[in-house]
Design a protein around this ligand. Structure first.
Ligand SMILES: C=C1C[C@]23C[C@@]1(O)CC[C@H]2[C@@]12CCC[C@@](C)(C(=O)O1)[C@H]2[C@@H]3C(=O)O
Ligand SMILES: O=C(O)CCC(=O)C(=O)O
Ligand SMILES: [Fe+2]
Length: 359
């Protein structure tokens, strides 16, 4: 195997760790970065109880101000989360040469590989991933565990079955918080489950003796509507808090709170909300002692569905649409060429937002 992804994995995986310093290919220490900060006061990441009587208000506020929040009482049994975590651990604990038997190949989006965003950055990440696709999961599990593939597939399916309605509920609550009525939501693509696509991505960040020199998953925004994130309790997820009254942009660590899941706002939810919800820039750092594992469940539009600002959010009082409609693949393509300028390139009139901000 000679693709950058597999070279990356062969070099950095602890099973192949044969060096006592970080090779230049993985050393991010010379690249400019923002300072990291522990979450205090205004920096804190909201924790929302899904049984809260003020749920809609709290969700709206968190989506607008933070773009990331934790949810508790989300309805997914801790026992299922434990079994899910064990299967993720079991997958990444396999020898690298076994995992490479199901490596992602050009043109397929399923299987084992390096960070999907690696082509956008000059250095390799301290990362290995596994993209789940229902169509190929069974065949790949059979290759990985010829004698016991069904337990992996069964737990993945059980988790997906549990998280899907949670993802839909969160998006529904988000639109309620924007002031749409139930009937209006039914007429949007969020109200039509046939227009929604989901995808799951498993992430592993092996422990690293020099965590400050490496990056687990480099800064990015997710492109879909929302991502619901499970992790194994090892701290590492950070969100970028932008320059405001209390100082310059800084990385804030998302706290590890037992029995919660993390929710991130993606680019297309920012577009759908006409710029109201914050598509949060985030990254994963690496621990010196513990392997960090996570699973992102992404919800977005079906590949041929165009997403633009909701018509209910526009009018003489609310203002005009800020973005032209795009499909999910169109946005992913724009990001791979324009990076963080992709959304800017979709603006109908850049000046309008400037005016709004100034108002
Ligand atoms: C559904 C998806 C979202 C994602 C691209 C993908 O097809 C599967 C991987 C996802 C991921 C995970 C890491 C960050 C990210 C930006 C990336 O490059 O791959 C997201 C993608 C995304 O949000 O577009
Ligand atoms: O591992 C994490 O906490 C973040 C993962 C992530 O951002 C992603 O998969 O898009
Ligand atoms: Fe992400």
């Amino acid at each position: 195997m000679s693709s950058p992804a597999s070279v990356d994995l062969k070099i950095h995986h602890p099973q192949n760790f044969r060096f006592n310093s970080i090779p230049d290919s993985h050393d991010w220490s010379d690249l400019y970065d923002h300072p990291s900060a522990e979450p205090i006061g205004l920096d804190s990441v909201p924790v929302i109880d899904l049984n809260d009587p003020n749920l809609i208000y709290k969700i709206g506020k968190a989506c607008e101000e933070s773009g990331v929040f934790l949810i508790r009482n989300h309805g997914i049994e801790p026992e299922l989360l434990n079994r899910f975590g064990s299967q993720i651990h079991r997958l990444f604990a396999l020898p690298v040469e076994v995992k490479l038997k199901v490596a992602k190949t050009k043109g397929t989006d399923a299987g084992y590989g390096g960070a999907p965003i690696s082509h956008l950055f000059p250095k390799f990440m301290w990362y290995e991933g596994f993209a789940i696709q229902t169509g190929s999961l069974f065949d790949q599990a059979q290759i990985l565990w010829p004698d016991d593939y069904s337990s992996f597939c069964a737990v993945i399916e059980e988790y997906k079955k549990a998280i899907k309605p949670l993802g839909y509920r969160l998006m529904h609550l988000m639109l309620l918080s924007l002031g749409l009525t139930e009937e209006e939501i039914d007429n949007t693509l969020i109200g039509d489950s046939s227009k929604i696509k989901n995808a799951m991505h498993l992430n592993s960040y092996p422990a690293c003796p020099y965590p400050d020199q490496v990056v687990g998953l480099a800064p990015h925004t997710d492109t879909g509507f929302v991502a619901v994130l499970y992790h194994n309790g090892v701290s590492g997820l950070q969100v970028l808090r932008c320059k405001d009254d209390i100082g310059p942009a800084r990385w804030v660590t998302v706290p590890v709170v037992p029995n919660t899941l993390v929710v991130n706002i993606g680019d297309l939810m920012h577009v759908l909300s006409n710029g109201t919800f914050h598509n949060v820039v985030h990254r994963s750092t690496v621990s010196k002692t513990n392997q960090r594992l996570s699973a992102a469940y992404f919800l977005g539009p079906q590949l041929d569905v165009k997403v633009g600002p909701l018509s209910e959010l526009m009018g003489p009082e609310q203002g005009p649409p800020l973005y032209r409609p795009v499909t999910w693949p169109e946005l992913q393509k724009l990001k791979s060429t324009l990076h963080d300028k992709a959304l800017q390139s979709m603006k109908i009139d850049g000046k309008i937002e400037e005016l709004r901000k100034g108002a």
